[in-house]
Each structure stands twice: as structure tokens, then as C-alpha cells.
Design a binder for this molecule. Structure first.
Ligand SMILES: N[C@@H](CCC(=O)N[C@@H](CS)C(=O)NCC(=O)O)C(=O)O
Length: 260
């Protein structure tokens, strides 16, 4: 068995954070790609290593570590000498963790709402009401979220609320970059805070929400810098973007470009 075994999904934003961290550290890992719509994450053998029934899970030398932010910190704890992703002064570490906490409280849950409405909803619409309720009941972490979405999708009011939160998050990111002068969130060195926000920004870009940072060229530059890293290409292999998995989103993007 490899030292690192990663259970994840290509298009899962939480998984992408961990893939990016492992690639930045140059660590090979055995990758298991779960099919989240087939319910691989809810099978008893997976629940035994991650009782939350979500990806990612990193198994290190046989012991599971769960939750993407925890896994990133764990990797830094054990591999801190290789491509360090945490500043040295404790006050800077506190600042980095406060950013990560903001990202997880505001941006990460907010981006889920348009993602589900635009890309995942048809999967649930194809079910009968009974099947849908059974899937909701089987989810340890996402039961209420899915029930709220229902089979008609989140209403416009929820979408507007999510977009409002995304905009507030983007403004905060622009402020962080402006404050330190970039190119990364804490200044000259890439840190775990940058990695924590990558999948949110890439997802927003992918589902055509990049206009939310039209007045913040520092975010455009940050995204270009991220995309130029080796770890980015390794992390975002084909099938990691929603537009690659769901062709109907590509036509949405084309329409928006024409309209823009
Ligand atoms: N806080 C967890 C959240 C993990 C999570 O929500 N994972 C999603 C994919 S990004 C998932 O596995 N969803 C499967 C499902 O809802 O059944 C983390 O950061 O690891």
C-alpha cells in the first residue's frame, strides 16, 4: 500500500484542495476516484473510514484523516520542510487560519448553491420523490441541504443570497491581496489560504461567475498565477471542471460570452 491513499472525486472542490497540496509537496499518492452520484461515498466500507460520507479522505500509512482543511494542515505538519505552505511567525499563521476559516464559512458553502442548481440538479430530478427522499436520508452531512434544494432547485431568493455571500467573499479576497500587495494572499509566499480558496475561484470562473471580480484585477492576476503552477495542471486533470463533465454548462458559458 502507498504511504498516501486519497479517496476523492475529480470535480469535488474539497478534493481539489488536497490534490493541489499533495502535488505542491511533490508527493505521489494512490488515487481512488469515487462516483458521488453512484453513492460510493455512502458505502459501508467508505463510511468506516469517513463517517461523514463525503470526500476527501486521506489515508496516511493506514490511518484516515478527514476534512479537507484538516488534511491540508496535517500534510503541512508532516511535510513542512518540503515547499512550506505555512508562514513561520505565529501571528501570520493566525492570520492565515482566519482567512481559511472565513473561506470555509462564507465562500465554500455559498458556491455550492449555484453549483447544485446549474450542474447537479438534473441528476436528482431524474429520481422519483421516494428515491430522492431516500438519498437525502442517507447523507450524514448534506441531508438538510439537499432537502432544501428539493427536486425543483434552490429558489431565486437562495441563489441571490448565495451570490451576495460570494460577492462579499470576493471583496474580502481583493482586500487581502491589496493589503499585502500580492501576488499571494499573505504576500510573497503561497500558503494554505491560497490553496483553500483555489477551488472556489476556479468553480466560479467555470460556472460563469467571474464577473463578480470584474473590478478587482488583482484577483484575475492571482488566478492567472495559480493556473501557471505545475500543481494546478496536475490537480485539474480532464473532468475536474464542471464544464468538462456537464456539456450543457459549456453552452451556458458561450451564451453569456455572446451576451457580454
Ligand atoms: N468539510 C468537508 C466537506 C466535504 C464535502 O462536502 N465533500 C463533498 C464534495 S466537495 C461531498 O463529498 N459530497 C458528497 C455528498 O454530498 O454526498 C471537507 O472539507 O472535507
Amino acid at each position: 500500500m502507498s504511504e498516501f491513499v486519497l479517496y476523492n472525486a475529480p470535480q469535488s472542490t474539497c478534493s481539489q484542495r488536497v490534490r493541489y497540496t499533495l502535488h505542491t509537496k511533490g508527493r505521489a499518492f494512490e488515487e481512488h476516484r469515487l462516483d458521488l452520484f453512484r453513492g460510493d461515498q455512502l458505502k459501508p466500507e467508505y463510511l468506516a473510514i469517513n463517517p461523514n460520507g463525503v470526500v476527501p479522505t486521506l489515508v496516511h500509512n493506514g490511518t484516515p484523516v478527514v476534512d479537507s482543511a484538516v488534511i491540508m494542515e496535517y500534510l503541512e505538519d508532516i511535510l513542512g520542510d518540503v515547499a512550506p505552505l505555512r508562514p513561520r511567525p505565529p501571528i501570520e499563521v493566525a492570520r492565515m487560519r482566519a482567512m481559511m476559516s472565513f473561506i470555509d464559512e462564507v465562500l465554500t458553502p455559498a458556491v455550492r448553491v449555484p453549483s447544485y442548481n446549474l450542474a447537479f440538479l438534473p441528476h436528482y430530478q431524474a429520481m422519483t420523490e421516494e428515491e430522492f427522499l431516500a438519498v437525502c436520508e442517507s447523507k450524514p452531512l448534506r441531508r438538510e441541504f439537499l432537502l432544501k434544494m428539493g427536486r425543483t432547485g434552490f429558489p431565486q431568493s437562495e441563489m441571490d443570497e448565495a451570490l451576495g455571500r460570494l460577492k462579499r467573499g470576493i471583496d474580502r479576497m481583493a482586500h487581502w491581496l491589496g493589503e499585502c500587495g500580492g501576488p499571494w494572499l499573505l504576500g510573497a509566499e503561497l500558503t494554505l489560504a491560497d490553496i483553500a480558496i483555489i477551488p472556489v475561484i476556479v468553480r466560479m470562473d467555470d460556472i460563469n461567475l467571474g464577473h463578480l471580480w470584474a473590478d478587482a484585477p488583482q484577483i484575475d492576476l492571482w488566478l492567472r498565477n495559480i493556473k501557471a503552477t505545475d500543481a494546478f495542471a496536475q490537480t485539474y486533470y480532464h473532468g475536474s471542471l464542471l464544464t468538462e463533465k456537464y456539456p450543457h454548462l459549456q453552452s451556458l458559458q458561450r451564451t453569456a460570452h455572446v451576451a457580454a
